[in-house]
Design a protein around this ligand. Sequence first.
Ligand SMILES: Nc1ncnc2c1ncn2[C@@H]1O[C@H](COP(=O)(O)OP(=O)(O)O)[C@@H](O)[C@H]1O
Ligand SMILES: [Mg+2]
Length: 242
Amino acid sequence: MNSTTIELKKQPLAVAAEPAIIEFRGVEKTYQLGTQQIQALKGIDLTIRAGEFIAVAGPSGSGKSSLLNLVALIDEPTKGKVLYDGTEVEKFSDNEITHFRSKKIGIVFQNYNLIPVLSAVENVAFPLQIQSVSKTDSIRRAKLALREVGLGDYFNHRPANLSGGQRQRVAIARALVTNPEIVIADEPTAALDSKTGMDIIELMQELNGSKNTTFIFSTHDTQIISKVNHVIELHDGLIVNA
Ligand SMILES: Nc1ncnc2c1ncn2[C@@H]1O[C@H](COP(=O)(O)OP(=O)(O)O)[C@@H](O)[C@H]1O
Ligand SMILES: [Mg+2]
């Protein structure tokens, strides 16, 4: 594999002046497993600013998924505060949480989570149809999003007829089609070979640059980590590289 062809852009310095969209203050996450308590996050402080491109690194079990689930509002902290746009998440109503999750957040999964019976364009249009966008409009926007991830020739392919890398591109298009502020991806490259995985990270970084969408993703691939400026390194539930 020729790693010299991979040119990930350096993060613009201006990002430091961007507003914080997400803040963690003393965040802890403890799971109850029968009588056992598992402390997955042990006091996390972090700030995610608009337009950032962030990798969450760390070995298996270090708390990456727990952290990303809190960023994605899929879960709530046991202790400490998560703030979105300066407001504590625990003060949001259920409606506000639903609004944030459908309008402000895009999620990409390790195993793509595409709907097998739908074509690529129908998969990407799906989140818009849930938001009651008209069929014509949602298909038009889905096609635009697929072109942005390099799949302009694959509108009518079903997931089974796409490669792993192409499926993950469809999933990224689906995450972006609603124009979210932040895309959260938990090990988006774990099911891919290292070259395809690096292509996916490079695509996310291009989209971060062209659309200014914030990205946060987890990985334990050291080659990927070496290409990213902002790395949050977790070990045993704590950030170790702050
Ligand atoms: N739902 C759960 N119930 C109990 N323990 C969990 C649960 N989710 C994660 N854990 C535990 O929390 C710790 C951190 O897990 P996780 O956040 O999944 O780490 P990573 O994504 O880095 O592998 C691990 O010890 C894991 O076993
Ligand atoms: Mg995980």
